[in-house]
Design a protein around this ligand. Structure first.
Ligand code: KE4
Length: 426
């Protein structure tokens, strides 16, 4: 039995499924999860000391590369002064100022400890600020595991949610309207029917949880128009795209200004953090100023904030987003060329430091289209690349991520591996 298999067997005795987050269990690709022992730059090493080029980067946070010396030093320095105080610190002001400076739609921001907390709080805030109950989300978008967001579409276009998770009473999702991503007419129909009851739309402005799926022209603009016309709040869930799709996230790329933004991942550089923010007139509804309660023991934790400040500062250096874009384009174009050489049907897409690989004729624009991809070939590709020392997301419904540490050497290693793997795909 391999060391990874031994660890997995042991983990399963005390941790449900052997993992602390389901996607890590390799359930959709099969095989044994790799237990990571250390990471540096664009690489990590498993329990058998096998090195991998890492394209998940902790699902986004490791954007400056793993164990960046300046991030590690900032964490060590902060930790040496104590891990958490439960009282305000100057560093929380510093990161709040950095966030509102980077995302002009935000005048104020509240820190939390995960993306789930950020989206859960933003929805409660939207409901409290508007006095309305209904929310709109899109099938295939993932916003964390708060009850009201664990829903999928029922039948038909304009549908109320059905729970996708046990333990979520139907009543908890009764106010959640689920539409198809990029369904412009569906959004208009929802507001025509429920306009005065809708508190908010929450959307991944570029979706990364059904593989990478971009908004079609007019989709985000329609969300903005409909929310403005009906007095609902538009929430851009930029937990994944924030400071990764571009220096100011998707709102910076499109110029479309949400009423609330949720963030996490990159802003903590790998430490537990999340945030939600917007104009002061909305944020003033949050306790202790307003009636919408929200709290957290470790919110604004000085060690996590130190990692986030250093990561954001490193990202602000000249050329960083050009580097991320070059790594994403070099990877996706290289893989597309090799797939064509070997007669493998592969489409690719990317934005900033995130990319999508689709074993289908074209780039999908919805979950239904993304689901039509050749899952069997994806599994063979995933495991073939894993054996060659390249670690992509263990699911066909995840985006991939590059970092400032990915370079021509890691790209060459990846493409050499892919040349061998594509040749064997059937
Ligand atoms: P967390 O609670 O996992 O920090 O964030 C939830 C979340 C919210 N919004 C978006 C757009 C997200 O992508 C996420 C979490 N992303 C997944 C990756 N697909 C986290 C990986 C995992 O669940 O282990």
């Amino acid at each position: 039995m391999t060391r990874n298999a031994e660890l997995f067997e042991r983990a399963c005795k005390t941790i449900p499924g052997g993992v602390n987050s389901p996607v890590r269990a390799f359930r959709s690709v099969g095989g044994t999860p790799r237990f990571i022992e250390r990471a540096n730059g664009a690489y990590f090493w498993d329990a058998q000391d096998k090195r991998y080029v890492d394209y998940i980067g902790s699902w986004g946070p490791a954007i400056v590369g793993h164990a960046h010396p300046e991030v590690v030093a900032a964490v060590q320095a902060a930790a040496a002064h104590g891990l958490s105080f439960g009282a305000p610190t100057e560093s929380e002001i510093e990161i709040a100022e950095m966030l509102v400076q980077r995302a002009p739609s935000m005048e104020q921001v509240r820190l939390v400890s995960s993306g789930t907390e950020a989206t859960m709080s933003a929805i409660r805030l939207a409901r409290g600020a508007t006095g309305r109950n209904k929310i709109i989300k899109f099938e295939g978008c993932y916003h964390g595991h708060a009850d009201s967001l664990l829903v999928k579409a029922g039948s038909g276009l304009l549908t109320f949610g059905n729970p996708t998770s046990a333990g979520v009473p139907p009543e908890f999702v009764a106010h959640t309207i689920v539409l198809d991503y990029n369904d412009i007419e569906g959004v208009k129909a929802a507001f025509a029917t429920h306009g005065k009851e809708i508190a908010c739309i929450i959307v991944e402005p570029i979706a990364g949880n059904m593989n990478l799926i971009k908004p079609v022209p007019g989709f985000l603009e329609t969300l903005r128009e409909q929310c403005t016309a009906h007095g609902a709040l538009l929430i851009f869930d930029e937990v994944m795209t924030g400071f990764r799709a571009g220096p100011c996230g998707v709102q910076g790329l499109t110029g479309i200004e949400p009423d609330l933004t949720t963030l996490a991942k990159v802003i903590g550089g790998g430490m537990p953090i999340g945030a939600f923010g917007g104009k002061a007139e909305v944020m003033n509804h949050i306790a202790p100023l307003g009636a919408v309660y929200q709290a957290g023991t470790l919110s604004g934790n000085p060690v996590a904030v130190a990692a986030g400040i250093t990561t954001l500062r490193l990202l602000a250096a000249p050329g960083t987003y050009e580097h991320l874009e070059a790594q994403s384009s070099g990877l996706t174009e290289g893989l597309a060329t090799l797939a064509k050489k070997h007669g493998v049907t592969l489409s690719t897409d990317y934005v900033g430091g995130m990319f999508g690989l689709y074993f289908s004729e074209s780039v999908p624009t919805s979950l239904a289209q993304a689901s039509e991809g050749n899952q069997e070939q994806f599994k063979q590709f995933f495991h073939g690349m894993l054996d060659e020392g390249v670690y992509f997301a263990p699911s066909a419904f995840e985006a991939g991520f590059v970092s400032l540490a990915h370079n021509d050497e890691t790209l060459e290693q990846t493409l050499q591996a892919a040349d061998k793997v594509f040749a064997k795909l059937n």
